[in-house]
Design a protein around this ligand. Sequence first.
Ligand SMILES: NC(=O)c1ccc[n+]([C@@H]2O[C@H](COP(=O)([O-])OP(=O)(O)OC[C@H]3O[C@@H](n4cnc5c(N)ncnc54)[C@H](O)[C@@H]3O)[C@@H](O)[C@H]2O)c1
Ligand SMILES: O=C(O)CC[C@@H](O)C(=O)O
Length: 416
Amino acid sequence: MAKTSLDKSKIKILLLEGVHQSAVDNLLNAGYTNIEHLPTSLDEATLIEKISDVHFIGIRSRTQLNERVFEAAEKLVAVGCFCIGTNQVDLDAALVRGIPVFNAPFSNTRSVAELVLAEAIMLLRGIPEKSHRAHQGGWLKSAKNSHEARGKTLGIIGYGSIGSQLSVLSESLGFDVIYYDVVTKLAMGNARQVASLEELLARADVVSLHVPDLASTRWMIGEAEIALMKPDSILINASRGSVVVIEALAEALEAGRLAGAAVDVFPVEPKGNEEEFVSPLRGLANVILTPHIGGSTLEAQENIGIEVSEKLVTYSDNGTTVSSVNFPEVALPAHPGKHRLLHIHDNVPGVLSEINRVLSENDINILGQYLQTNERIGYVVIDVDKDYGTRALDALSQVSHTKRVRVLYSESSFQG
Ligand SMILES: NC(=O)c1ccc[n+]([C@@H]2O[C@H](COP(=O)([O-])OP(=O)(O)OC[C@H]3O[C@@H](n4cnc5c(N)ncnc54)[C@H](O)[C@@H]3O)[C@@H](O)[C@H]2O)c1
Ligand SMILES: O=C(O)CC[C@@H](O)C(=O)O
């Protein structure tokens, strides 16, 4: 059970994978000065060594925060994923240790949608091959296999933030949009939801994937699904590398079953820009390969830096967990003049009454109390009228099933 006492300047923040400078600036402005900002991810052994004295970590998609890493992260208070996907984090391992995980669910949505739309047009015109030939001194001037987007059917799989934004942009260019989602979703514009994946695959000229990495989406597009796609259709994947069986896609492209593909995410991606990219798709005609940069625009990265660092600062200063992806969400008012106790515990009956009993026995006066639980943990926030020193921290630590206790002083310094 974590229970330490720290001044803001001692709170150690580790930012990996070239998280945008906007995050560093934001953290510094909020008084967090102990920041290590690295341009790459770290291998597991190095990360395990480094994370032992880290209070907040910021990562993107490459850093794997697994059980072994969390086991070593004795002081970790919260995780910031400076991206949309959180599949690189063992959310359960974080939850059981009382560690909330935050992300930026919308900041790069537009960047991905714009890239996919551009790729759809490029692929319909056979541009990758024509451009490649021209670079080699060739001249492939021909209208063969070259099509307008207007009137073609775009099939979107996963009609969430990115899928629905893509829907709006591509309709404005004249695409007919259909989409498949496991949830009934309100259609944007004239788009129509179809009843099954099979129907979408059979009808679309361009299929674009925008589902999260889940057990149910893993390898959802394989040989059988590609066989259902229209001859000479196009597949785009900017979601996760685990969604498409890449060998099946390569075979279909080699056999001329599909007219082209754009792939941004791969089952195995290089750990850094120096490592070789290996894929059966390399060298295939009319295939756009991009190094997982769907969300990598300066605009998106700056916004993500601000959004996620704000969430970390708010949690650290105030205890608010709104929009955490794994934690009970509590929206808390500011607490001027009050001290705030945070208590994270296993969600079993009786903990709240024990907390209140312990506080009462220690003569600690409660001004306000907030509780939220999920299936696994409970998160109680208690505002008290004065600084009870370590008395409150010690009292709460004795409550059975306690995972973590923190004190936030009214002037926002932190003890965690
Ligand atoms: N290439 C990149 O750089 C990049 C950037 C941002 C996001 N992404 C990835 O894009 C994906 C989508 O992001 P988003 O923000 O739109 O997510 P989202 O959660 O807003 O939307 C996902 C949608 O998929 C649907 N869905 C889930 N399971 C499904 C299934 N089996 N079949 C059909 N639909 C299903 C959900 O109901 C939801 O509507 C995520 O995997 C994310 O990690 C990639
Ligand atoms: O920036 C990244 O590394 C990941 C981008 C994207 O896949 C996301 O999940 O937002």
